[in-house]
Design a protein around this ligand. Structure first.
Ligand code: ARG
Ligand code: ZN
Length: 880
């Protein structure tokens, strides 16, 4: 585990693999305590490499036998240092036979081959395959796999791997076997096997070219009442990729397997996607609207990887965003298209902007900031980040904004034409986009190489005589670790001008009509754009649809913002105007709390909220977003010295003020947005429930008891989890007397549903009434275990990351708790521990007294001799 300074790997040091692998034959004798893996590889020297040694990786496995071209290798004929096995002087063409042993039941890291609730599961991305067998475990080595699985038939009736089932039967010793063959070349990180007691929902589905594919969703017994939505989502995904990108399923069989023990969300193994149960299992009784949306998005995401990730994969792990940024963009577009309506799409987009601001902007401003295509890492698992995924998706979206939908499609077509079956780089994607559209996208490369969130500053000057608007845009980007200076980015800035009547003014630049929204391309440090034929001074609507992942600065007056909030034809900027109004007030109130001044909220703001709440022309989903305040972490990012308690009190004050002063309107919205009849997770019903439950939350935060009574009633009468959980959350967060009874009832009812028990823990962990001592008590609950990542996340992570008031108590006990849990988790599961470690990322921004405690906790963890590289990288970078 521990080396004093863990090794940093650099992108610039990339070298081609010394040997290529043509075929892999794997034989598994599956046993939880002692699994035997026989691996037969045919390899040949790579003409593109000067290196002559065979290099194989292996981790936490025991080498039993090694044969080269039929002959056992003696101890002097190979070297095994740490995780690297080297065979020098190997001939041009070799057949390697490797036998190893591993102990899946002891694998608590959940990387490689492990046991989950008695079932065998694998997770190989990024470097888990080397925990199964010795192999050139790097994504640019692609091979054809044949897999033989042997196991006890009673305990493991289902035996699955990638590709097609070619044989199955009984063995003389009473066990059974299954043989699978994957017709496609793949890197080792896409290998998977499942040996388990599972049941499936299956269906034959007709593909665009007339072929039929078998679709299966595999779950543990008792969960077949929760697989419908995943199956529907899979079918929608297949259709969508055919229609939008002309990409077809290339297999006769496509399987999804759900497991309760999983480090991340899901994994796109070829033909055998393995999912966290959280992104498969749903029915109205146990899953919320957000869960349903998550399933659609993640099923889509993993399916879309079949082309963007599997058919064309990454040359090395620095290129991770090549597949992840692109595939997130694709799943976002898919979700948008499934909603269909333009406001529905906008609400979807607003959600993306919120995630970016709440999670990615802080990452990009903190000690772990890295470019979308990182230059170095210690542990690749630490780089499955919001930057690589969500900012990466924004970067892909910007191609579409610059080139148009058709141009983007042309670029995609060329990308597949050039690179199908290859392992390539982010630059290859950019070149395909540029070449297909005959555009120069050289400067665009900086989105991949420079970290940090660019700041775009805008200034407008209106010329009364000339009837012209001059919009000056300038850009800068803060320093990030290892990158003190930044060069200008190529930024698409979508702009409109809103007239006094609230209507968009037709845009004219250089005598050219440009519609009512136009994309300006900011490439220099500062540029001025001149619009003519502007009859009166407009209010500029800048960065429409959030056309680039930047911070926009413009000195809007309250009047401007109110105007945009009522009229902007771009719903994202309409929402944005409301967020600016709210943020300004939240920041001022935060200061007032700290200073001990009296808190006051102006009528202007309340009236703006009233107007949007009662505007029936706006859909409920949009109104909910417009009324939702920036999160506490978003407010924290805007303040110089973070006082978590002040932020919380300020935000609570605004919430209760809305609850008190808009009481009648909130009650009316509550009544008007009921969704009687059968539950359905369609966008319209989801929007209604969201608005209704937001109203409930505000009413419960108000000073009288009517909101609480309403929440109690809803909790007792709700027939779906969305309304149930929202009511319980409102009771818990308002510290209502009924909260305890409700929590107990909820647990008793759902104790057998692991994902609901997670919600139960999460709700308490994030409640400001739950202090460190209470979390420690909850950890003693029989249902709590650190070994299950979902459970650890529900309680420990939520406390450290979503309960700022209690986590940041002045005595530092929250941080001491954090250190303890990071260390405990690290001994079990380094990947998950390193995620928790990141709760301290922004420690330097807190008030000095808190900082001192945080630093001490970080040092305590970093001082541990036995620490994984995963956690070591995070805490040492935080302290650097
Ligand atoms: N490729 C997967 C996805 O985004 C993520 C798997 C990452 N797993 C890991 N242990 N780093 O769909
Ligand atoms: Zn992915």
């Amino acid at each position: 585990m521990r080396t004093d300074t863990p090794l940093t790997i650099y992108r610039k040091d990339y070298t081609a693999p010394s040997y290529l692998v043509d075929t892999v034959e794997l034989g598994f004798d599956l046993d939880p305590a002692r699994t035997i893996v026989a691996n037969r590889l045919t390899m040949r020297r790579n003409p593109a490499s000067a290196q002559r040694e065979i290099e194989l990786y292996g981790e936490d496995i025991e080498l039993v036998a090694l044969r080269l071209n039929g002959k056992a290798l003696g101890k002097r004929e190979y070297r095994l240092d740490g995780n690297l096995l080297r065979i020098p002087n190997a001939p041009e063409e070799v057949t390697l036979e490797i036998e190893t042993l591993c102990a899946p039941e002891k694998n608590t890291a959940l990387s490689g081959l492990y046991v989950s609730n008695g079932n065998f599961i694998t997770q190989c991305e990024a470097e888990g395959f080397r925990r199964i067998t010795f192999f050139p475990d790097r994504p640019d080595v692609m091979a054809k796999y044949t897999v033989m699985l042997r196991a006890d038939k009673e305990r493991y009736p289902v035996l699955l791997s990638n590709g097609n089932l070619v044989d199955e039967g009984m063995l003389p010793d009473g066990r059974h076997y299954a043989k699978w063959e994957d017709p496609f070349l793949k890197p080792s990180y896409l290998f998977a096997l499942v040996a388990a007691k599972l049941v499936c929902q299956e269906e034959k589905f007709k593909l665009a070219d007339g072929r039929e594919a078998l679709l299966q969703v595999w779950v543990e017994e008792g969960n077949l009442d929760k697989t419908d939505y995943a199956m529907q989502s899979l079918k929608k995904s297949i259709r969508w990729d055919e229609e939008r990108f002309g990409l077809e399923l290339d297999l006769d069989r496509f399987m999804i397997v759900a497991t309760g023990d999983f480090n991340m969300g899901a994994m796109e193994n070829k033909g055998l996607n393995i999912f966290n149960t959280k992104y498969v299992l749903a029915n109205p009784r146990v899953a919320t609207d957000i869960d349903f949306q998550g399933i659609e998005a993640v099923v889509g995401h993993e399916y879309f990887h079949n082309w963007t990730g599997n058919r064309v994969t990454c040359r090395d792990w620095f290129q991770l965003s090549l597949k992840e940024g692109l595939t997130v963009f694709r799943d976002q577009e898919f979700s948008g298209d499934m909603i269909g309506t333009s406001t529905g799409r906008a609400v979807n987009r607003i959600d993306q902007v919120r995630t970016l601001r709440a999670a990615q902007f802080p990452e990009d401003a903190g000690p772990m900031a890295h470019p979308v295509r990182p230059d170095s890492f210690v542990e690749i698992n630490n780089f499955y980040t919001v930057t690589v995924y969500e900012k990466g998706a924004e970067v892909v979206r910007m191609y579409q904004t610059l080139l148009g939908r058709e141009g983007f499609r042309k670029g995609m077509d060329l990308y597949f034409e050039r690179h199908d079956g290859q392992a390539v780089e982010c630059d290859d994607f950019r070149r395909a986009m540029a070449d297909a559209n005959d555009r120069n996208l050289d400067q665009f490369e900086r989105w991949y190489s420079q970290a940090g969130t660019p700041v775009v500053r805008a200034q407008m000057r209106y010329d009364e005589q000339q009837h012209a608007v001059e919009l000056t845009l300038s850009q800068s980007c803060p320093a990030t670790p290892g990158q003190p200076e930044k060069l200008p980015f190529h930024i698409p800035v979508a702009v409109g001008l809103v007239g006094r009547d609230g209507r968009d003014i037709p845009l004219v630049i250089d005598d050219q009509e440009r519609g009512t929204t136009t994309v300006l391309e900011l490439t220099g440090a500062e540029q001025t754009f001149r619009f003519t034929s502007v009859p009166q001074q407009p209010v500029p609507s800048i960065l429409r649809d959030f056309s680039a992942p930047v911070v926009l600065e413009y000195d809007y007056s309250d009047e401007d913002l109110l105007h945009l909030f009522s009229h902007d034809s771009d719903p994202v900027n309409r929402w944005e105007a409301g967020q600016r109004l709210a943020m300004e007030r939240l920041l001022r109130l935060t200061e007032d709390v700290t200073a001990g001044s009296r808190l006051q909220l102006d009528d202007t703001f309340i009236e703006a909220m009233r107007k949007v709440l009662t505007d029936e022309s706006l859909g409920p989903a949009f109104r909910e977003q417009a009324l939702l305040l920036p999160t506490e972490s978003m407010i924290a990012e805007q303040t110089d010295v973070v006082h978590p308690l002040s932020i919380h009190m300020a935000r609570q004050f605004v919430r209760s003020s809305i609850g008190n002063r808009l009481r009648a309107e909130l009650l009316a919205a509550y009544d008007a947005n009921q969704t009687p009849g059968q539950y359905s997770p369609d966008a319209e019903s989801i929007g209604k429930r969201a608005l209704k439950n937001l109203a409930l939350g505000y009413l419960a935060a108000a000073s009288d008891d009517e909101g609480i009574a309403l929440a109690e009633r809803q909790f007792d009468e709700a027939d779906n989890m969305t309304d149930r959980a929202a009511a319980l959350g409102a009771l818990v967060h308002a510290r209502a007397p009924a909260a305890q009874r409700a929590l107990q009832g909820f647990y008793d009812e759902f104790e057998k549903e692991a994902l609901v028990v997670d919600k139960w823990f999460a709700m308490q962990a994030s409640s400001p009434s739950t202090d460190v001592a209470a979390v420690r008590e909850l950890m003693k609950h029989p249902a709590f275990t650190m070994k299950n990542p979902n459970r650890a996340r529900s309680l420990v992570f939520n406390f450290c990351m979503a309960n700022p008031v209690q986590f940041h108590v002045p005595d530092g006990s929250g941080y001491a708790f954090w250190a303890e849990q990071v260390m405990a988790l690290d001994a079990l599961n380094p990947q998950v521990a390193a995620r928790l470690a990141r709760a301290m990322d922004r420690w330097r921004r807190y008030a000095p007294a808190l900082q001192a405690h945080m630093k001490q906790a970080l040092k305590q963890v970093n001082g541990l001799k036995k620490l994984s590289n995963d956690v070591r990288e995070v805490v040492s970078k935080a302290l650097a």
